[in-house]
Design a binder for this molecule. Structure first.
Ligand SMILES: CCCCCCCCCC(=O)SCCNC(=O)CCNC(=O)[C@H](O)C(C)(C)COP(=O)(O)OP(=O)(O)OC[C@H]1O[C@@H](n2cnc3c(N)ncnc32)[C@H](O)[C@@H]1OP(=O)(O)O
Length: 182
């Protein structure tokens, strides 16, 4: 496996945020129109994402026929989207809203349509605003991953980061209200 992803050795200490959801609980939806996890996204993946122990996250995804890429198998871009969303929840265990700046996926085995894909993510560490994460996907045997991903998220001030494009959201009024709260 080749990867340009390197976790720095001089990481900042991390601890679970006191307000983070507990192990086994569903992660709070950051945007109910999100293509990955939003329950109201018309064509989205509708991922239900749960906090695990420590700095881990998990989710399951049914590989629907309309997720097909190659004949009978999951499209690689859909898998990448799922990783982005599941791994993107890991920073919320320690506090900050964060967005993806780098995401790489190693596709190890084809993933058949009709299977249940188990996704997990681990926050490996933090260096200043950068949050390093690893994701693993398997079907059936957890010791036989079908894909592995590595990503860096960078913490943001959500109010400032999304301000310019808020009007384009399908739920801009709701978001404007949410982000205006002190
Ligand atoms: C809100 C809650 C979300 C919860 C889950 C969401 C799941 C879905 C997640 C997504 O899909 S987010 C959508 C895709 N991502 C974006 O649209 C982000 C676009 N990028 C940006 O807007 C800017 O790059 C960003 C605001 C994130 C950072 O710009 P800044 O000017 O604030 O920071 P800067 O460029 O100085 O980078 C901060 C650190 O990150 C590092 N960095 C930036 N880009 C990098 C990169 N591509 N690879 C590696 N490191 C990177 C950078 O070197 C630096 O490291 P150091 O602390 O060591 O100086």
């Amino acid at each position: 496996m080749k990867s340009g992803f390197v976790v720095p050795t001089d990481l900042d200490p991390i601890e679970r945020h006191p307000k983070a959801v507990g192990p086994g609980e569903r992660m709070r939806m950051h945007n109910h129109m999100c293509y990955g996890c939003g329950e109201d996204s018309p064509n989205g993946l509708h991922l239900e994402i749960y906090a695990g122990e420590g700095f881990t996250i998990r989710a399951s995804m049914e590989v629907e026929p309309h997720f097909e890429g190659g004949p009978g198998v999951l499209h690689g871009g859909i898998l990448t989207t799922a990783f982005d969303d599941v791994m993107g929840m890991a920073p919320l265990l320690v506090g900050p809203s964060a967005v993806t700046v780098h995401l790489e996926v190693d596709f190890l085995r084809p993933i058949p349509v009709g299977s249940t894909l188990e996704l997990s993510a681990t926050l490996l560490g933090r260096q200043r605003r950068k949050l390093y994460t690893e994701g693993v996907a398997h079907i059936g045997d957890p010791d036989q991953p079908v894909a592995v991903a590595h990503a860096i998220f960078v913490s943001i001030n959500a109010r400032e980061h999304f301000a310019e494009h808020l009007d384009k959201s399908q739920i801009s009024d709701e978001y404007k209200q949410r982000l205006s709260r002190p």
